[in-house]
Design a protein around this ligand. Structure first.
Ligand SMILES: [Zn+2]
Length: 224
């Protein structure tokens, strides 16, 4: 989708934004405009900025996990479907791989926990009616749990593959996790059909199926 725009270094890691991100922002803004006029648009704009900040923190979680093993992060890119962190090295062995993969969703679960505590005690800081905080908490919970599902290319897929390679040849583990990703993708498409959500969830489902099918092909060809 073209070259991402470089925003410069934050905490020593280059942050880049893919142009496709503006499409997500536009979907949120139009939704806000449709249901709440200008005020609604402003609320959605705030939410989408905070949401992508949480996606950024997810990627920085991976960067932090990698730094524990002295692996540098080249950059973090935010895209239409979330983000990715490019590491300067490869984690060695199962344990390192699992720690680096878990640190991303772990960051989201941590944020969800902090927001939950904040909602329990709103008098400590101004939170309005708390709805925005609640939405962000739910979004982080979903980001954390969804990314831990055991299918390629999710973080949970990386963790599952790492565990499985202790019991079977790597191509076989890749194949299983590839099929896992396909199941998650079909699940998303089914959910989108059920809820008549034909925008982001549906697209994400098809994209996951596509990526999982590439992984299944690669695993099959490396087997023989
Ligand atoms: Zn991740």
């Amino acid at each position: 989708m073209g070259t991402p725009v470089n925003l410069g270094k934050i905490f020593g890691v280059n942050v880049r934004i893919d142009i496709s991100l503006f499409l997500v922002a536009a979907i949120f803004l139009l939704n806000g405009l449709q249901f709440g006029g200008l005020q609604g648009m402003l609320t959605e704009a705030t939410f989408v900025v905070l949401l992508f900040f949480c996606v950024y923190l997810h990627e920085m979680g991976h960067a932090f996990g990698a730094s524990l093993f002295r692996i540098r992060t080249l950059d973090v890119t935010l895209t239409f479907f979330g983000g990715y962190a490019r590491l300067a090295g490869v984690p060695r062995g199962s344990l390192q791989e699992i720690v680096v993969a878990f640190a991303g969703p772990g960051a989201n679960l941590l944020i969800a926990g902090v927001l939950y505590l904040w909602l329990q005690n709103p008098s400590t800081m101004f939170v309005g009616d708390g709805f925005m905080i609640w939405r962000l908490m739910v979004a982080n919970l979903i980001l954390g749990v969804f990314n831990l599902l055991p299918g390629y290319p999710l973080d949970g897929g990386t963790i599952a593959r790492s565990v499985l390679t202790n019991f079977m040849p790597r191509p076989r583990a890749r194949l299983i996790v590839g099929y896992g990703g396909g199941v998650v993708g079909f699940g998303l498409v089914a959910y989108a059909l059920q809820t008549r959500d034909f925008s982001l969830t549906m697209l994400l489902g098809f994209y996951l199926i596509y990526l999982a099918s590439l992984e299944i092909q690669a695993a099959r060809s490396s087997r023989f």
